[in-house]
Design a protein around this ligand. Sequence first.
Ligand SMILES: [Zn+2]
Length: 346
Amino acid sequence: MKQILFTILLVFSFYAHSDDFKAHFINVGQADATLLEFSKGVVMIDVGAENGSLGASRNSLNTYLTDFYQRRTDLNKTIDILILTHNHYDHYKLILDLSKDYTIKRIITTKFYLESAKDVVKAAKKEKIKLEFMDYRLMDSLMPKGYELNLTNLVRPGSTIPKLSLYSGKVSVQSHQTINNESFSKTPFKDPNNHSIVSKLTYGKTSMLFTGDLKTDGIRYLTAKYRDNLSVFDVDFYHVGHHGAENGTTQAFLDILTPKIALISAGDTTHRNSGSAWGHGHPRKWTVELLNNQSSLNKQDPIQVHAYPDEEVNPETIEIKKEIYCTCWTGNIVMTVDKDGKYTVQ
Ligand SMILES: [Zn+2]
């Protein structure tokens, strides 16, 4: 009897989780926390909190992850890889919560501004997690395929193997630098946002791009570096840079990406502190309209959403007709994708 039960359990656990991949855009307010779920493992990109609303962000993350790991008991409360795109509060601040309650096997971040993100070093030291750092010196040596992470162990044997490629990291700009006819000065790179790690998940026929908070100069630097290989950024799904800020996406970049779907992580409209969506004016009306006019984006029935014309002003209602999603409009977003590219967004 015992053996039969064991066999049933084994068969059940084998078939319990399909080969579909899920991207969970967790609503942690004006911050980023994305969980990529596979049949046998998890990757997280950022685990931030809204500056000024730490408690609310913490509660949201805890509730979401408790529920997630109760469903996925087979994952043993483990996060296989945590990528911190850059060392800003809204991208790393919940790392101590995460490392206390869950086993993180590997953290990848950038050294730029790390001194301000003491919790990252503290969590790594306390839980003996290896910290790995991405920078452009490494990327230059791996051009154009980027730093590839092996995700074979995150899926069942014999199924489609996802691939995660990292393309950027800490930038070292001399006073003036020219890369493939584009010139760069030092000043914009004093901003940690422009050192964000850009990553692409490829799964079967589909791909998803994450650019952290990369701003205009960081995007220009990235595309100048990869000028002869821009097709590596041609993706289906785009996690919109810098929470939908006016400086996180450009038309030239969208023309390279040609995304079908855009997903934004931003906070709700009720908060009025400087670290809130209102304080930053995210998502910016200009960006949502840019996305809405992007011909590659899939059409959907018109819906009314809010976006900000500027920072610290009331949001406006606008109509969108393309597949653009924001945690600030609907809360947590779960996107399910199969290896052939069929997807649903909930
Ligand atoms: Zn941010």
